[in-house]
Design a protein around this ligand. Structure first.
Ligand code: NAP
Length: 349
């Protein structure tokens, strides 16, 4: 399939370009960015920050304006657009009959738009049928969650299924790549921790509850548990870490029962053999010093969820540390996996 990338010059856009090299189903056909970049060769428009060589096939491509008419030859687009412009541009593409698979926050809480993690809520793709961007249903939007909601909801899912979530408290330790480029000023973050990330905390609870919601017909019934989040920026490069303590509805007998909830959990897309899906979704670390972003963020091509420090909590029921690669599992890689699921389900054809 021929794909376009909107926001191709940004941090997430570059990750798309890197990850799509050699993809068995998807080929990059067109790149779009702002007026500042449009008309330039990609190698001139983008400040390439990936630690691999800029692919030859991309270097000489001319960056386009993010206008649907300039993307008429693509089957769908991935969006890594800045949220200040993603709302209007993504709507224009969907209205023009071009499906949009987005990283931006703008449509995540729209009741007709799936907020999708294939292993967690693959059935939510049915919501696409309730969208009315086009009369024939050819244009639609699917989003992937914020880079904290991704590891949080993946780590909560087996607990939610086995015991029910009552409430939770968490603190994030978020890598600098999550702020894009140039991101956080070096004097703010080197040798330091910043205990606030603007706009981050209010997304965590609503997105996690939407992801863990149950579809009844076309209604998404969301669980109601409260989430108290503190979002901090730390001087790591990739891999967002979360320290969470959870109160469950049904208290497990012991920590072994909690571990069993993870090891017995059935991955609903295990049989689909999607190219970007990790072989093992959960890496349960037994060593107390793990997981660590620098050591583990790239495992399974950055698509694995790392869980460690799983223990009985003195307050509430269970504490753990979770970690996943924020620009791969939490952004571009997650969006590619979404597209693969949408191919298997027949929405992309
Ligand atoms: P970024 O590095 O600032 O890139 C933003 C992209 O948007 C650039 O390609 C930029 O093009 C383009 N853009 C800006 N204004 C535009 C306009 N008026 N018209 C068309 N294109 C325009 O940001 P990022 O970190 O890649 O994040 C991209 C999106 O993904 C954001 O919505 C962000 O919230 C989301 N996200 C990021 C992460 C992460 O870990 N970084 C994780 C999950 C989700 P120019 O180069 O031409 O300005």
């Amino acid at each position: 399939m021929k794909v376009g990338i909107l926001g191709a010059t940004g941090a997430v856009g570059q990750k798309f370009i890197r990850l799509l090299q050699g993809h068995p189903w998807f080929e990059i056909e067109a790149l779009g960015a702002s007026e500042r970049s449009a008309g330039k060769k990609y190698k001139q428009a983008a400040n390439w920050i990936e630690d691999v060589v800029l692919p030859e096939s991309i270097k000489e491509m001319t960056v386009k304006n993010c206008e649907p008419s300039e993307f008429s030859t693509v089957d769908f687009v991935f969006s890594g657009l800045d949220s200040s412009v993603a709302g209007e541009i993504e709507k224009a593409f969907a209205t023009a009959g071009i499906p949009v698979i987005s990283n931006a926050k703008n449509y995540r809480q729209n009741p007709t738009v799936p907020l999708l993690i294939p292993e967690i809520n693959p059935d939510h793709t049915e919501l696409i049928k309730t969208q009315n961007f086009t009369k024939d249903g050819s244009g639609w939007i699917v989003t992937n969650p914020n880079c904290v909601a991704v590891p949080l909801s993946i780590s909560l899912k087996p607990l939610h299924d086995a015991f029910g979530i009552d409430s939770l408290i968490l603190t994030t330790m978020q890598a600098v790549s999550g702020a894009g480029y140039p991101g956080v000023a070096s004097l703010d973050i080197l040798g330091n921790v910043v205990p606030y990330i603007s706009g981050e905390e209010p997304k965590v609870g609503p997105e996690t509850r939407k992801l863990l919601g149950t579809l009844e017909g076309t209604d998404l019934i969301r669980p109601e548990f409260p989430v108290q989040a503190t979002a901090t920026r730390v001087p790591t490069i990739n891999g967002h870490m979360i320290s969470a303590t959870v109160k469950l509805k049904n208290t497990p007998a012991d920590i072994e029962e909690v571990k069993a909830a993870y090891t017995n959990w059935k991955n609903p897309i295990a049989n689909l053999k999607l190219p970007f899906a990790p072989k093992e979704l959960y890496k349960l670390h037994e060593e107390e010093k793990y997981p660590q972003p620098r050591l583990h963020a790239d495992w399974e091509n950055g698509m694995q969820l790392h869980l460690g420090r799983l223990r009985k909590a003195e307050v509430f029921d269970v504490s753990f540390v979770a970690m996943a690669h924020n620009t791969i599992r939490g952004a571009a890689g997650g969006a590619i996996l979404n597209a693969e699921l949408l191919v298997k389900k027949g929405f992309l054809k």
